[in-house]
Design a protein around this ligand. Sequence first.
Ligand code: ST9
Ligand code: ZN
Ligand code: ZN
Length: 335
Amino acid sequence: MPPQGQQAGSWVLYETDTVNNDSDAPVLVPPSAEKRVWKIVWRNVILFVLLHIGGVYGAYLFLTKAMWTTCLFAVFLYLCSGLGITAGAHRLWAHKSYKARLPLRLLLTLFNTLAFQDAVLDWARDHRMHHKYSETDADPHNATRGFFFSHVGWLLVRKHPEIKAKGHTIDMSDLWADPILRFQKKYYLALMPLICFILPSYIPTLWGESAWNAYWVCAIFRYVYVLNVTWLVNSAAHKWGSKPYDKNINPVETKPVSLVVLGEGFHNYHHTFPWDYKTAELGDYSLNFSKLFIDFMASIGWAYDLKTVSAEVVEKRVKRTGDGSHHVWGWDDKD
Ligand code: ST9
Ligand code: ZN
Ligand code: ZN
C-alpha cells in the first residue's frame, strides 16, 4: 500500500521519509505499481481480438493474392491515415506546433477520419493529458503500467478515475472553436465507416480487384497495421532507447519506431520540446515523412508559423539533463 497522498506511477516529493521513518528530509518516491482495478470492457476486447484476426488474414492476402495496385493503394492509405494522426491530430491540433489554412485542415480531417482513432477532439484531449500528467494515473496510456497497458490495454478497460478527475484542467476551447472539428465529432459515426472502411473496400474494384480482397487488405489490414504502429509510440517509445535530452523521463529516442510512424519515434525529444513541429531535433526526411509533408505544405502556403527550437536551447538542455548519448558530448570532447 503506498503512503497516503502518493500518486501511483509518478514521482512524488514527500515531507518526510515515510519508508525508513528516520529523517525529516524530503525524499523522492519512485513511480509505484499500485494495484489498480481493471474494469474490462468486454465489447472492446472481443472487437479488438476479431479485428486483429482479420488483420492477419488481410496481411496474408496482401502478401499472396491481392493485385499489386491494391497493395500500393493500401500503402498509400497507410501514409494518408498516418499523416491524419501525425501531421493532423498530433502536431497540428493537440500541440498547435504549426498553423494550417482551410484546405489543409479539411485534408487532414479527411485523413484523420480514415485513421479511425476517434474524433480529433477526443484524441487531442487524451494526448494533452498524456503530456501534462505523463506516466501518472491521469495519463490515459500510463506507460508505468506496462507494455501491454500502454500499447492497447488502456483501450480495453474503463479509464482511471484520475483521468476524469483531472480532465477539467485541460483547455480544449481552441479546438472546440474549429467548426471542422465540431463537424467531424458530430457526424463521426457516419463519416468514419464511410471513409475508413467502405471507400477503401470500393475504390480497388475500379481497377478490377475483388471487393473481398479490397476489404481485408485496404480496410482491415491497413487499419490494424496503422493502429499498432501508432500504439508503439505509447509502448516501445516509452521503454527501449536512449534519452539524449532528458534522462529523468521514460520516453526514448527510437529510430526503428520513427521509420514506421512517419517520424514520431524521437519521443524523448518530443516530450522535452512538445511544441516543435518536427517532433525531432533534426527531422531527417527518411525517418520523418510527416516533416516532409508539413514542409511541402508550408512551401505552397497551406501551413505556416511552424514552431521549432533553437540549436542553442537544445544544446543547453542536452548538457543539463541528457543521458550523455547526444553527439553534443562528442563535440565537447573535441574542444
Ligand atoms: C486509438 C487511439 O487507437 C490511439 C491513440 C494513440 C495516441 C498515440 C500518441 C503518441 C504520439 C503521436 C504518435 C502518432 C503516430 C502515428 C503513426 C501513424 C502511422 N479528459 O472515454 P470514455 C471523461 S482509438 C477529460 O468513454 P470510459 C469525459 O467526461 C481506436 N475527461 O471513458 C468522458 O465523456 P465525454 C478506436 C475525460 O467509459 C467520460 O470521461 N477507438 C477524458 O472509461 C467518459 O469517457 C476505440 O476503440 C480526458 N482525457 O471508457 C474506442 N477521458 O467523452 C476505444 C474521458 O462525453 N475507447 N473523460 O466527454 C473506448 O471504448 C473508451 O474510451 C474506453 C474508456 C473503454 C477506453
Ligand atoms: Zn509519450
Ligand atoms: Zn505529443
